[in-house]
Write a protein that binds this ligand. Structure first.
Ligand code: ADP
Length: 327
């Protein structure tokens, strides 16, 4: 089958709601700082009513990556659901604007479109509280076999394991990808996902061709104490991947070759680190899909991540394809 898409991504389609809070707020709500916490509808509605000066932006880890891929010039599709509400319409419009093919119809559900609250504490750190609404109503039937079959790479978001049928959806997607020779890429997204869904993450990792994650996730999924040992273990099991190291840049590997590049942005004022990993993943997947040399891929991915650090949104605000000329 002709591979019409470079990358098809599967994930949550949430609106990110940014709010400034103090540390007591995190403690009173029992949130793990810097991690992804999950909240139910009552708590989500309560936040909407009580939080002041919130900022709403399109979010979603794999959805951010899909938009970045498109900005780089990749042909990309996205599979994930919204509800038939205002937020759902907003999210669908963002895919259209960024030229990401999004064929999934909004669901008739009273759970509403997903939301991720991004709580920014006075120290500038971010703590997430994710509300899964429509995502809980997604089933494997919402996957489109033809689209996955027509993609070079299927990019799977770990956050989706928190959805009610997340495990079944991702397993079905993997089966379809294997059937059609589509390369499987996976990002666990957060240490909390590994803690909650260890055997499911292990199942996916055993079928993954390209693994992308940050150093904390790499340590969690390999059970190693240091990033160095985690990367050694990962690259012995999976052919291709990257481990991001925040201000230390990232280590990329591909079939025995390894390349460490420092971050390109040490001197730049960082506005927000949210979305840096998603931008990195887009650069990396673009490079693999287009057979670019590993060192250039790592440079491209770091340049994309650097962009994310200088803006509030996890979606691309500039044309990322300009970085291709500088490789
Ligand atoms: P995640 O956002 O998934 O936790 P990282 O924090 O490792 O991932 O960041 C991803 C990439 O973003 C890094 O590889 C690097 O290019 C860039 N980056 C992140 N934080 C910084 C920082 N403080 N200084 C410079 N670059 C950074």
């Amino acid at each position: 089958m002709t591979k019409q898409f470079d990358v098809t991504s599967i994930g949550q389609v949430p609106v990110d709601i940014f709010a400034r809070v103090d540390h007591d707020f995190l403690e009173n709500n029992g949130f793990q700082k810097n991690q992804c916490n999950v909240v139910k509808i009552d708590q989500a509605n309560n936040f909407i009513e009580t939080l002041k000066d919130t900022l709403l932006l399109a979010g979603g880890a794999a959805a951010n990556t899909a938009a970045c891929l498109s900005s780089l010039g990749a042909k990309t599709a996205f599979l994930g659901v919204t509800a038939q509400d205002e937020l759902g319409a907003f999210m669908a419009s963002t895919f259209e604007k960024s030229n990401v093919y999004y064929p999934v119809k909004a669901l008739e559900t009273n759970k509403g479109t997903d939301r991720v609250f991004v709580f920014v504490t006075p120290d500038g750190e971010r703590t997430f509280a994710s509300y899964y609404g429509a995502a809980h109503d997604m089933t494997p039937d919402h996957l489109d076999e033809n689209i996955i079959a027509a993609s070079k790479i299927l990019y799977i978001e770990g956050y989706h394991l928190n959805a009610l049928q997340g495990d079944a959806i991702l397993k079905t997607a993997i089966e379809i990808a294997k059937k059609h020779g589509t390369t499987i890429a996976f990002n666990p997204n957060d240490v909390s996902i590994y803690k909650k869904h260890q055997s499911r993450v292990d199942y996916i990792m055993a079928r993954t061709d390209i693994a992308i994650m940050n150093k904390d996730e790499a340590k969690a999924v390999t059970g190693k104490a240091t990033a160095k040992d985690a990367i050694k273990q990962l690259s012995s099991k999976i052919d291709t991947g990257a481990v991001t190291l925040s201000e230390e840049g990232a280590i990329a590997f591909d079939k025995g070759e390894q390349c460490h590049l420092p971050a390109t942005s040490k001197t730049v004022k960082i506005i927000n680190t949210n979305g840096a990993g998603d931008h990195y993943a887009a650069g990396f997947l673009y490079g693999i899909a287009n057979n670019i040399a590993l060192e250039k891929i790592n440079r491209l991915a770091n340049l994309c991540a650097h962009e994310a650090l200088q803006q509030h949104s996890g979606r691309p605000e500039t044309d990322l394809s300009r970085f291709l000329e500088a490789l």
